[in-house]
Design a protein around this ligand. Structure first.
Ligand code: ATP
Ligand code: MG
Length: 317
């Protein structure tokens, strides 16, 4: 029996997910670089921390000090997040199967993180494998009952291992571990806008996909739910924004909204992603939820963006 869904911290995303994420399962947030994966994943952790849950952020891409500094502009209180710095030491990027995450490192509260990036140890990288990272997670779970875990990113995990034949097995063991630990996890995946299905996409119980594309005037962002096993979900591309307030998603029409909005539609600058269907101007417009801003509705789709690529089709639930 499916328990009550977990809120992601972004009400419009919860609506796209028909209420949120089914607890205890692993999910992915995918997209090209700079689409907002880390921001969305951290927002998910903060929602748990706000409710007194233990939440863990495993940094594999960016030094966590930098993540903390970058998120400062949103004014988020990160003090309830525990962080594990699993970033590779620069010196350890070589042609051998890379096996470094210093064994001396331990998860620490985000608030105790200093401003400077951890130095590469003089004596060289400690011998730690991805297996050791998994062991750390298990051990940490024995000490504290985490409910939400973010692995940022699996792309970096794959880079631990040079032999591509291991990729599938490695990812499978990671997803298995997340399920065994009983946590609700978000694993971020760096992917080009158009990409064949990855092992992560196949194993994840849902895939939230972030899109970014340029038109003649500037950058556009979008979000889709590519799949969600065991749940209904939104099947449209929605506008996604990152502002000083954090993440905003625009749902221009929902079943909950019955009242037509009184303000007339405003022209949105720039062309749209081809998959954003133009809303009928007579359609009801959703009232924005408390922490979201409703941008103007997009204009009719009369011009395809120059460099836009359509998102992958949903893979079904
Ligand atoms: N205060 C802000 N206001 C507006 N946009 C912002 C703000 N802070 C960050 N951004 C946007 O968010 C982007 C970075 O988001 P984030 O780090 O979550 O992306 P990512 O998908 O994790 O990237 P990567 O794959 O490189 O790790 C920036 O490139 C910028 O466009
Ligand atoms: Mg990131």
């Amino acid at each position: 029996m499916i328990r009550e869904k977990l809120k992601t911290g972004i009400p419009a995303l919860d609506e796209m997910l028909d209420g949120g994420l089914i607890p205890g399962r692993p999910y992915i947030v995918s997209g090209t670089s700079g689409t907002g994966k880390t921001t969305l994943a951290m927002r998910f952790l903060l929602e748990g921390a706000k409710n007194g849950e233990h939440v863990l952020y495993v940094a594999l891409d960016e030094p966590p000090n930098e993540v903390k500094a970058n998120l400062r502009s949103f004014g988020w209180d990160l003090s309830g997040v525990t962080v594990f710095d699993a970033t590779l030491d620069i010196m350890s990027y070589d042609k051998t199967p890379v096996r470094d995450v210093s064994s001396e490192r331990k998860p620490v509260p985000m608030k105790d993180l200093g401003d400077s990036i951890r130095k590469t140890p003089d004596k060289g990288p400690a011998d730690m494998t991805v297996n050791t990272l998994q062991e750390m997670l298990k051990q940490e779970m024995r000490l504290k009952k985490y409910t939400r875990v973010v692995i940022d990113s699996t792309t970096s995990i794959e880079r631990f291992y040079i032999r591509t034949s291991e990729e599938y097995v490695l990812m499978q063991s990671f997803f298995r571990l997340m399920t065994d630990l009983g946590v609700t996890s978000i694993l971020t995946v760096q992917l080009p806008e158009v990409a064949p299905p990855t092992p992560e996409s196949r194993m994840a119980r849902a895939e939230i996909r972030l899109h970014r594309w340029f038109d003649g005037k500037g950058m556009n962002r979008g979000i889709t739910i590519e799949k969600y096993r065991g749940s209904a979900h939104d099947d449209r591309l929605r506008q996604f924004k990152i502002t000083d307030q954090g993440i905003e998603i625009r749902l221009e029409s929902t079943k909950k909204s019955r009242e037509p909005k009184k303000t007339p539609p405003v022209e949105l600058e720039g062309a749209q992603h081809p998959a954003i269907a133009p809303p009928a101007t007579s359609q009801p417009v959703a009232a924005p939820s408390s922490d979201e801003v409703a941008p103007p509705p997009p204009p009719p789709q009369d011009q395809a963006p120059e460099s836009a690529s359509p998102p992958r089709g949903g893979e079904g639930a």
